[in-house]
Design a protein around this ligand. Structure first.
Ligand SMILES: [Zn+2]
Length: 385
C-alpha cells in the first residue's frame, strides 16, 4: 500500500462505501474529516488496486454533479456446464448460485474430455468477458451425460461417450481452466438437474424421483434434500430397467428390452425414421407433436407409458412425494401425461393419492442451477490423482 495512506483511513473509506454511508468524494471528505486532497489520494489508490469504481453522476446538490464511488463486486462467479452428445450449455452463475448468463455451443462428446472442456472454457471466458469481467472464479462444475462415479468423477461404462472411458475428467477440467485449484465438480447430468429442480421447487417438494428424458434417460432420487448416490455413486440408472412390451430390442448396454430402447429420444428418433433416413431429430419430433402428426403422437404416448411402467416399481418401493419429468421430452404434454396415467394404473392407490407427477419447473437451466448448488454446499470433489 502507498505509504502516505494510513491503513485505518483505507479501511474507514471502504467501510463508508460498503455501508452506503458515502457514495462520493465529497461524502468521504465530510465523514472522514480530512482534506479533499487526502480523499483524492485514497480514492486513486483504491481504483488502482481494482477494488473501487468511479462512474456516472450522483444527485446534484446545486454545484457540480459528483461522480459516484462504487465498490467493485468481488464476490466472484461460478463456471458450470451441462454436456450433451452434440451441444453444451455453459453458464455463468453468481457466487450465490443465480444464473446470470448462458450460452449453447456445439460440441462432439466423442472428441474426449480435453477437447470438450477446452470448448467449455472458451465459452465461459466469452461470457465472463461481457458479464463479469475481472471477477474471481470460485468454482467449476460440469454435468456429463453418462454414469459418473462419485466422488472421483470418473465416467463408468459410458455407452454414449466414446473417448471418455478410463479418463479422469476432473484433471482435464482443472487443466482446461488454466490449472484451476479451487472447488471442482464432475457429476452426472440427471443428478445435477434433479438437485437443481429441488432447489427451484423448495423443500415442500419432499422426496422426489426426477427423470431426465432427452436423447437418453437418466434419473435421480432426492431424499431429505440430498442426492441419493448409492454405494459407488451410480444410482438412478433407470434407463437399463427392463420393461415388458419393449419388443426385445438390443440395448447399448448389451442387454435387451431396456427402457432406453423404447422410451428415450434416441429410441423415438429411430422408430420414427422414414425408410432410408438417419432418423427424426428431437426437434423434428417436437414440431410433429405440436402439429398433431398422429403417428408421432402415438409413438410419443407409448414411450411415455413405458417410462411410467419402469417408474411404477420405484414408486411402490420408495413412496416418493413427487415424480418430476425433466429433459427435452418433458416439454411434450402427451409424454408426461402418458407417464402419469401409467403410474396411476400400475401403482398402489395409497401411493398415488398424494403423489405429484409433473413436468420440470426448473426448465433448461436445471442442471446448471444444480451444479451451482453442489459447488456451494459440498466439499471439493476433485479427483485425488
Ligand atoms: Zn440397457
Amino acid at each position: 500500500m502507498h505509504p502516505s495512506i494510513p491503513a485505518t483511513l483505507r479501511d474507514q473509506t471502504l467501510g463508508l462505501l460498503s455501508s452506503g454511508a458515502a457514495t462520493s468524494r465529497a461524502d468521504l471528505a465530510e465523514a472522514l474529516r480530512v482534506a479533499p486532497s487526502t480523499v483524492t489520494a485514497v480514492v486513486r489508490r483504491l481504483i488502482e488496486e481494482g477494488v473501487l469504481l468511479e462512474e456516472g453522476s450522483g444527485r446534484s446538490t446545486g454545484g457540480r454533479r459528483p461522480r459516484i464511488l462504487r465498490l467493485r463486486e468481488t464476490d466472484g462467479v461460478l463456471a458450470v456446464a451441462e454436456l450433451g452428445g452434440k451441444h453444451a450449455r455453459v453458464g455463468l452463475l453468481t457466487a450465490g448460485g443465480a444464473v446470470r448468463d448462458t450460452a449453447e455451443v456445439p460440441i462432439d462428446i466423442g472428441a474426449g474430455p480435453a477437447a470438450v472442456f477446452g470448448t467449455v472454457h472458451e465459452t465461459f471466458a466469452r461470457l465472463q468477458a461481457t458479464t463479469a469481467p475481472g471477477q474471481a472464479l470460485l468454482g467449476v462444475g460440469v454435468a456429463l451425460p453418462g454414469p459418473v462415479e462419485f466422488p472421483s468423477g470418473r465416467v463408468i461404462g459410458p455407452a454414449r461417450m466414446p473417448g471418455w472411458s478410463g479418463a479422469e475428467p476432473a484433471v482435464h477440467l482443472a487443466h482446461a481452466f488454466d490449472d484451476f485449484a479451487g472447488p471442482l465438480l464432475v457429476d452426472n447430468d440427471a443428478k445435477a438437474a434433479a438437485i437443481g429442480e429441488y432447489v427451484t421447487r423448495g423443500q415442500d417438494t419432499g422426496d422426489m424421483i426426477y427423470v431426465k428424458a432427452g436423447t437418453g434417460i437418466g434419473a435421480c432420487l432426492v431424499s431429505d434434500g440430498q442426492i441419493f448416490r448409492g454405494g459407488r455413486g451410480l444410482s438412478g440408472d433407470v434407463t437399463h430397467v427392463r420393461v415388458a412390451d419393449s419388443g426385445e430390442r438390443q440395448c447399448s448396454c448389451g442387454s435387451r428390452g431396456c427402457l432406453e430402447t423404447v422410451a428415450s429420444g434416441a429410441a423415438l428418433s429411430r422408430q420414427l425414421a422414414a425408410p432410408g433416413t438417419p432418423g427424426m431429430s428431437l426437434q423434428d419430433i417436437m414440431v410433429a407433436v405440436h402439429d398433431g402428426d398422429p403417428a408421432v403422437v402415438t409413438a410419443v404416448r407409448q414411450a411415455g407409458r413405458l417410462l411410467g411402467v419402469a417408474l411404477s416399481g420405484l414408486v411402490n418401493f420408495l413412496n416418493p412425494s413427487s415424480v418430476v419429468v425433466g429433459g427435452a421430452l418433458s416439454s411434450l404434454d402427451v409424454y408426461v401425461a402418458a407417464t402419469r396415467s401409467m403410474l396411476y394404473e400400475r401403482c398402489l392407490p395409497s401411493m398415488t393419492q398424494a403423489l405429484a407427477i409433473e413436468a420440470s419447473a426448473a426448465g433448461p437451466d436445471a442442471a446448471l442451477t444444480g451444479l451451482g448448488h453442489l459447488l456451494r454446499t459440498t466439499a471439493d470433489v476433485r479427483s485425488p490423482s
